[in-house]
Design a protein around this ligand. Sequence first.
Ligand code: IMP
Ligand code: MG
Length: 174
Amino acid sequence: MAERVEVLLTEVEVDKRIKEIGEQISKDYAGKSVHLVCVLKGGSFFMCELAKRITIPVSIDFMSVSSYGGDTKSSGVVRIVKDLDESLKDKHVIVIEDIVDSGRTLSYLMDMLQSRGPKDVKLCTLLDKPERRVVEVKVDYTGFEIPDEFVVGYGLDYDQKYRNLPYIGMVKFE
Ligand code: IMP
Ligand code: MG
């Protein structure tokens, strides 16, 4: 299927918002350190930019779960493809996601991470599509609430394409 990409959020808008979230996190966790858990692959671009904007000590780790095929609909099946390298014990954990859509992935993941003994676990997502929620999840930091559009860029893909776009685009199928 042929598709084209329209700009939804410009690079300047996204960068400005990430800077604000970084400042907010630095303030909220003042005097502490945070452990960022990036959900691959989509969350990686956001996490790198965000980590650079946090002024308190930061450590990072990565995990990969799968809930999507090459399609644009969540299957509801969540599988750990790559687990974390470090323990979460006694850490202030912030899960970094690209987007919360149905909420299935995150609701599963947050419960699982919570059970590993962190001091606390919060959720930070660049994008949120609240209209699409099927399972409730508490989002602590949100970059942007967006309409029910399939989006790409800044780490988000359509069939593994477009992750490298420096802005958020909407995919239009024709
Ligand atoms: P959820 O479990 O339905 O909330 O899906 C979360 C995951 O689906 C995200 O981490 C993305 O990888 C993927 N996803 C959901 N919506 C989009 C989109 O609009 N563009 C690209 N990927 C998406
Ligand atoms: Mg993701």
